[in-house]
Structure formats: structure tokens, C-alpha cells
Design a protein around this ligand. Structure first.
Ligand SMILES: [Zn+2]
Length: 306
């Protein structure tokens, strides 16, 4: 029996392998337009308003820092195949800007669609404006609207559905914005100071009435020095700041050095928890969506400072 089967297997196995590989390239039988995004925030917008009509991949997953992110070989292949590439812009994806600038007809800088009068100027790093627009929900609504219009162009035969989805998602964001204001009202005026590892929350501060300070500046590419730490330590003690925060996409040591510095000088400051700043939570979880991420951050901030 064995003598008979063995030679046959020499033929069957390679054939089986060949068919399983050709059936495995699932992307070829998905006819929907292929959208690639840089950040998870943009990936979520696409999923919310056009998830049924396009295929979407986000290059930067949970915990990934966009300021220092470099494209992998897999990313290059995805960018090459993409029908549309959505990125934040304003130099957030500093190390991808060269590649992205090489394909102007397929790229769309979502945050660059916002009226620049509404943006915070930031000449001290690579771009002209602070790129962290997503924590002012009203600015993110503008981004959503712009992305919706671009996706309607990409998938004209489903433009009506995408327009309707965009409208109802914008309603959801408007409700979210109201909820953020109500929740943050639980924090007394004098305690509305948000100290984090880097300056990702300036728009949040502007929109919701917070003083915001980051140890590392606007881009995580910039270094912070001992002087920055001791100035911030003095500020925390003098203003009796109750809590400061970590960020999921940045190593905790800079914030830890602040806490140590305050303790050494006889002060006390709590670790308020970890905030999502430049990346969201795991895909498939509440914090892996934009609305869930904002709710998580606002709850964390409120609980620590109220
Ligand atoms: Zn940042």
C-alpha cells in the first residue's frame, strides 16, 4: 500500500500547496477599492463611514509613535497597491513625508483640510502647525467630513451611502463633544492642568479650557533636558498639581522622572494613568475606536484631577 501511495504524494502535495497558496491570496477576489491610512484615528474614520465599501489597512497600530515611525517593506507594498492613502499631515508622519510626497495623486492629507485659522501655529518643529488635531472633537468632525467627501469620489457607486454614514457619524461626534464638556466640568477651574510626556493635547486644552504642558515638546523626536525636568517639577509643586499622565505611545521614563523629582523635593503628585495620545487602543476594543479613545481619556483625566 505504502509503496503505491508514496509516489502519488509527490504529485499531490505540491499541487495541494499550489492551490492553497493561490486560494490564500484573498485580496485578489476583493474588488473593493483599497485604502491605506497611517494613523488608527484615520483608519477608524474610514471604517465608520465606508467600512462596507472599501478595504482598509492602517499602517500604525496601537502604541505606535507616528513622529518616529518608518515604513516597513510590507508598508511599501501596501502603499504601492493602495487606491487611496489617507494621512494626517502637518508633519505628524515626519519620516514618511518623503514617500508620501512622491504619490500626490493618490494621497490625501486629512488634517491639512482644516481651515488653518483654526490651527495652532508651531514653527519650532518640522511643520508649520501643531498636527495633533484629533483631541478637539469639533476639528475631528471637519476631518471626518473631508475624508467622507474624498471617499465618495473614490467609490462613486456608493456615494449616497457614504454621505449618509458620514452625516450620522458626525451626529455621534457632536454628542461626544457635548459629553466631553459635561464630564470635564466635574474638574474645578484651578485644577484644569494637563501634564503629559509630549505636547499632544494643545487642541484639547484650547477646546475644553485646560492648561496643557508636555515635557517633550510637539514631536517626540525632540529631546528633553534636565532643565526642562526641574522647571516642570517646580511648576507641579508650586501649583499643587494632583496628577500627571503617561501616554501609550511613549516610554514612561520621562513622566517617571517628573514624579521622582517632585517626591525628592518633598512634594506629592500622583500618576493619573495612561492616556491615548498619538495612537489608539487595540483594534476590536472600545478604545480602538476614536469615540472610545476620547471617552477613555476624558474619564481618566476627570477621575485623576477632580
Ligand atoms: Zn505627538
Amino acid at each position: 500500500m505504502n509503496k503505491f501511495i508514496n509516489p502519488l504524494l509527490w504529485i499531490i502535495l505540491p499541487l495541494a500547496a499550489f492551490f492553497s497558496v493561490s486560494c490564500g491570496s484573498e485580496s485578489s477576489d476583493d474588488e473593493r477599492p483599497y485604502v491605506v491610512t497611517t494613523t488608527m484615528m484615520l483608519e477608524d474614520v474610514v471604517n465608520q463611514i465606508a467600512g462596507d465599501f472599501v478595504r482598509v489597512d492602517g499602517l500604525m497600530g496601537p502604541g505606535v509613535d507616528p513622529h518616529v515611525y518608518r515604513a516597513t517593506p510590507g508598508d511599501f507594498r501596501a502603499l504601492e497597491r493602495a487606491d487611496l492613502i489617507l494621512y494626517n499631515g502637518h508633519f505628524l508622519e515626519a519620516r514618511l513625508s518623503e514617500i508620501l510626497s512622491q504619490m500626490p495623486e493618490r494621497t490625501f492629507a486629512a488634517a491639512e483640510q482644516i481651515d488653518t485659522e483654526l490651527l495652532i501655529e508651531a514653527y519650532e518643529f518640522g511643520g508649520n502647525y501643531d498636527p495633533h488635531v484629533w483631541f478637539d472633537v469639533s476639528l475631528w468632525m471637519q476631518v471626518t467630513e473631508a475624508v467622507g467627501a474624498r471617499l465618495q469620489e473614490l467609490v462613486p457607486n456608493h456615494a449616497e451611502e457614504i454621505a449618509a454614514n458620514t452625516t450620522s457619524y458626525l451626529d455621534e461626534l457632536r454628542e461626544l463633544d457635548e459629553w466631553v464638556r459635561e464630564r470635564l466640568n466635574e474638574i474645578p477651574e484651578g485644577r484644569r492642568v494637563l501634564i503629559t510626556a509630549h505636547d499632544a493635547f494643545s487642541y484639547f486644552g484650547e477646546a475644553y479650557g485646560f492648561d496643557v504642558m508636555g515635557l517633550q515638546g510637539l514631536s517626540t523626536q525632540s529631546e528633553y533636558g534636565l532643565r526642562d525636568v526641574s522647571q516642570m517639577v517646580r511648576f507641579i509643586i508650586e501649583n499643587e498639581i494632583p496628577a500627571i499622565f503617561l501616554e501609550t505611545s511613549i516610554a514612561p521614563r520621562s513622566v517617571q522622572s517628573l514624579i521622582n523629582g517632585v517626591t525628592e523635593r518633598g512634594g506629592t503628585v500622583q500618576l493619573g494613568g495612561e492616556l491615548y495620545s498619538d495612537a489608539m487602543g487595540a483594534r476590536g476594543t472600545e478604545e480602538g475606536t476614536f469615540t472610545g479613545m476620547v471617552r477613555f481619556n476624558v474619564n481618566t483625566i476627570t477621575e485623576a484631577l477632580k
